[in-house]
Design a protein around this ligand. Structure first.
Ligand code: 5RP
Length: 233
């Protein structure tokens, strides 16, 4: 991967942790490659500053990363109120709407991120767009119950147009299966959309578990540039 992209990811991920993480917090830990830098920074600060934190994972990947770094793992049954959640994004627009789920974790991410008093996004500069779809061409990830994927796919395509492609691991390996045992449809669309209406429609289809549309739920986004600088929105 391009060095500049990694520099951007790291800078944004570190700065968000430095600005928002404080002692005695319960923290939602997102998924993806950018958030790995945030988890590294949280681990550094726990060690150096002796912070007492509880980390709530948004995926199997996040859970493993928390455990591997010796951080305190929590769960929503015991810690349902989070101080902050920090998570990655596939694209963020000027209204702080974002697409998540490039790694297929959007359902648990949304559950955890929405439990936080403050939800913060971290991403490299490529994810910064005026309108969703300007740069992220892989569509809106939609988690579906396996037996429902075909009718859901047909309903989406007939009402919204575009293509709702089942996400494949590889042709041989078959479809991607989420941490919840479900499938993912990636709805590829064209043109500008009313995201609230789209999300309401998608949630109305039986078999849809959750979408990767996060509508104005984040308080702030940190973007990292290729030079390792950070700007926010
Ligand atoms: C996983 C996600 C990720 O946060 C999103 O795909 C961004 O990932 P990366 O930081 O690797 O670009 O939503 O479901």
């Amino acid at each position: 991967m391009d060095e500049g992209i990694n520099a951007g990811k790291k800078a944004a991920a570190y700065k968000a942790v430095d600005d928002f993480v404080k002692d005695n917090q319960i923290i939602g830990v997102g998924s993806g490659s950018t958030i790995v830098y945030s988890i590294d920074r949280i681990a550094e600060r726990v060690k150096n500053e002796n912070l007492k934190l509880i980390c709530i994972p948004t995926s199997f990947q996040a859970r493993q990363a928390i455990i591997e770094r010796g951080l305190t793992l929590g769960q929503l049954e015991m810690n349902p109120k989070l101080d902050i959640a920090i998570d990655g994004a596939d694209e963020v627009d000027y209204q702080l709407n974002c697409i998540k789920g490039g790694g297929g974790c959007q359902t648990q991410e949304k559950i955890v991120d929405y439990c936080a008093e403050e939800f913060i996004l971290v991403a490299d500069y490529r994810k910064d767009s005026e309108h969703l779809g300007d740069s992220w061409k892989k569509g809106i990830p939609i988690e579906v119950i396996p037996m429902a994927y075909k009718p859901v796919q047909m309903k989406i395509q007939s009402k919204l147009g575009g293509k709702a492609n089942i996400r494949m691991a590889t042709k041989k390996a078959g479809p991607v299966v989420t941490d919840n045992g479900n499938l993912i449809l990636d709805w590829c669309f064209e043109g500008k959309q009313n995201w609230e209406q789209v999300d309401t429609f998608l949630h109305s289809i039986p078999g849809v578990v959750e979408t990767g549309l996060f509508i104005q739920s984040a308080k702030m986004v940190y973007f990292g540039t290729a030079e390792g600088k950070v700007y926010t929105r």
